[in-house]
Design a protein around this ligand. Structure first.
Ligand SMILES: Cc1cc2nc3c(=O)[nH]c(=O)nc-3n(C[C@H](O)[C@H](O)[C@H](O)COP(=O)(O)OP(=O)(O)OC[C@H]3O[C@@H](n4cnc5c(N)ncnc54)[C@H](O)[C@@H]3O)c2cc1C
Length: 542
């Protein structure tokens, strides 16, 4: 006789496409990449399929290992990954997540890639770090045409060719970024790594980097102090003659989450590098890369919110308490709908910004200006929002959500990271103020986008007028940086939802996030919000 019968546990979600949802597909079509729908769906199904869910779990449960020396005592500075990690990277590369848009003439190529990052991200977040950096390195490299002519074809090739060999002898390359030093990551101008010219146009770099992720990458954009000031360099792991560059891995970080991705400390001991961009212009050069990795942070936040929402809705659909499915209980419906609203808003805005990135890459100056402020506020707000969103989604699964098997703890540990990357909260908010002060055309383009929804909803119009008024007050701006950035981000989301979003979602968003009829925790939507319509859209498999 069994001691007990298992019942009222939810069916597995693995095997269901949870990341490809209505807001993502609608955004894909709206921003000109409807042609990629089949592949976006394919990646969503693959990413949440049994095979890649297991690969993601294993790659996180067995983090990469650093091997500094071989058996004879020679330095090797290699990182050993599980085969599952390589399989994740290979699949991402084969689907062009690392760089395909740079060689794809079709309008919407960056939008297609953005949607694929969201749909595939359900497999594992950690491996997206090198994928993102490889995508992002291309615009920075293009500041130096002779380097981009050599390396761009390999950085964009859909072949993952792992291993430390001379870059030009490989069939595909992965790139990283090495900026942060012990004394500071936000304030990169405090870098002390020195770059000495050799006389033949190359430089030798000596110093340390406190965080360098994916250290088995082939090429790193690295900041160092050259005689002409802080400059950007392309540093290969292996020199053109096949010998190792003087790039020594000291340790791997023991991190809260993001376990499948190795993040290292590096010593450069006269490492060889090529100058990228003009000497003394290292920050503007590497910012070309950071702009793209910021887009990916926002995409990962939207993806994370969708996974959390889908897990929570699925659980509440199949779990009963007090005689009724959780989803049918009003207090739970309020929490789930509140989570779904942020997920919809996040997806809608990232797809709009991906559209701007795409059009900017094809020479559209107005979209480039819009992207400048829109990406800054959105990166700040979505990454900030993700952590509290994930905590609440986890709680919807009750005690099961706190247990590793559910996958929620991994999501939870991952959540704070993207808010630290590429401009931590305050730095991202202050960057918005800087963009507004230095690039008036960017703020004009941003407000032009907000104005497109003027007159649609009086509550939105009031919130927009209030933001304009707040921005005319120049007193204590840094102190108000987060407050202003948050309002700008919410208005951008509101503008997009009112024009293109689901009416029930848009109404609830404006009422709660813009008109203030809301509490501090999730689940505080006012009575009268159409939670049933919102949850119908959030249902898994939509
Ligand atoms: C897992 C992981 C992987 C990473 N991978 C890489 C990598 O591959 N390459 C790389 O270069 N770096 C990498 N980093 C480093 C990361 O980019 C930095 O940690 C980040 O930029 C913040 O820098 P910091 O840690 O030195 O914090 P600090 O710069 O010391 O900032 C600390 C806090 O102060 C705030 N702050 C800073 N300036 C101001 C200000 N003026 N006003 C108000 N508040 C301020 C920040 O927002 C932050 O909250 C990685 C970090 C992690 C955790």
């Amino acid at each position: 006789m069994p001691t007990h019968e298992v019942f009222n546990q939810v069916p597995p979600l693995v095997g269901t496409d949870i990341s490809t949802h209505a807001a993502l597909i609608e955004g894909l079509h709206r921003e000109g990449a409807g042609w990629a729908e089949a592949e976006v769906r394919e990646l969503g199904a693959l990413g949440n399929g049994a095979h890649f869910q297991e690969a993601g779990r294993l790659a996180n449960d067995h983090p990469p290992v650093l091997c500094t020396h071989d058996r004879y005592g020679n330095r090797v500075d290699e990182v050993e990954y599980l085969p599952q990690y390589h399989e994740l990277v290979r699949t991402a590369v084969e689907h062009g997540l690392h760089g395909a848009p740079w060689t794809d003439e079709r309008p919407g190529a960056h939008v297609a890639r953005a949607a694929k990052v969201v749909s595939w991200g359900v497999a594992d977040a950690g491996h997206l770090c090198p994928i993102s950096m490889t995508y992002a390195v291309v615009p920075a490299l293009r500041t130096t045409p002779e380097l981009s002519a050599q390396y761009e074809p390999l950085l964009t090739n859909r072949e993952y060719d792992f291993g430390l060999r001379a870059p030009l002898s490989k069939r595909g390359l992965i790139a990283g970024m090495s900026m942060t030093e012990k004394q500071g990551g936000s304030d990169v101008r405090a870098n002390t790594t020195r770059a000495v010219p050799t006389g033949d146009g190359t430089f030798r770099l000596t110093g340390h980097k406190w965080f360098t992720s994916a250290p088995m990458s082939d090429l790193f954009l690295t900041l160092a102090q050259a005689p002409g000031g802080l400059s950007c360099f392309l540093v290969p792991r292996v020199l053109p003659d096949g010998t190792r560059n003087a790039f020594f891995l000291q340790r791997l970080k023991d991190k809260l989450g993001n376990k499948s991705n190795a993040s290292s400390e590096v010593e450069y001991d006269g490492a060889f590098g090529w100058l990228v961009g003009p000497e003394g212009r290292g920050v503007p050069t590497i910012i070309e890369m950071v702009n793209m990795t910021r887009l990916d942070c926002a995409l990962m936040a939207a993806g994370g919110m969708r996974i959390g929402t889908a897990q929570a809705v699925h659980h509440a659909t199949h779990r009963s308490a007090f005689g009724k499915a959780l989803i049918d209980q009003p207090a739970m419906a309020n929490v789930l709908a509140d989570l779904a609203i942020d997920s919809e808003a996040a997806t809608t805005v990232v797809m709009r910004i991906a559209g701007a990135v795409d059009r900017a890459a094809r020479g559209d100056e107005a979209e480039k200006a819009f992207r400048r402020v829109a990406l800054s506020v959105t990166k700040y707000w979505l990454c900030k929002r993700l952590a509290s969103h994930t905590v609440e989604a986890l709680e919807c699964l009750g005690g099961n959500g706190y247990v590793e098997d559910s996958g929620m703890p991994r999501l939870y540990r991952e959540a704070p990271l993207i808010s630290i990357w590429e401009g931590s909260g305050n730095v991202a908010a202050l960057d918005t103020l800087r963009a507004m002060a230095k690039e008036p055309e960017a703020i004009d383009a941003f407000f032009a986008e907000l104005d497109r929804a003027a007159g649609v909803d009086a509550r939105y119009d009031d919130a927009l007028a209030l933001l304009r008024k707040e921005l005319t007050d120049l007193d204590q701006l840094p102190l108000r940086a987060r407050r202003l950035t948050e309002r700008m981000a919410l208005l951008l989301q509101g503008s997009l939802l009112l024009r293109d979003g689901d009416p029930a979602v848009a109404d609830a968003f404006v009422r709660s996030r813009l008109a203030g009829d809301w509490g501090v925790a999730y689940g505080t939507l006012p009575a009268g919000v159409d939670t049933a319509a919102i949850l119908e859209r959030a249902r898994v498999g939509q």
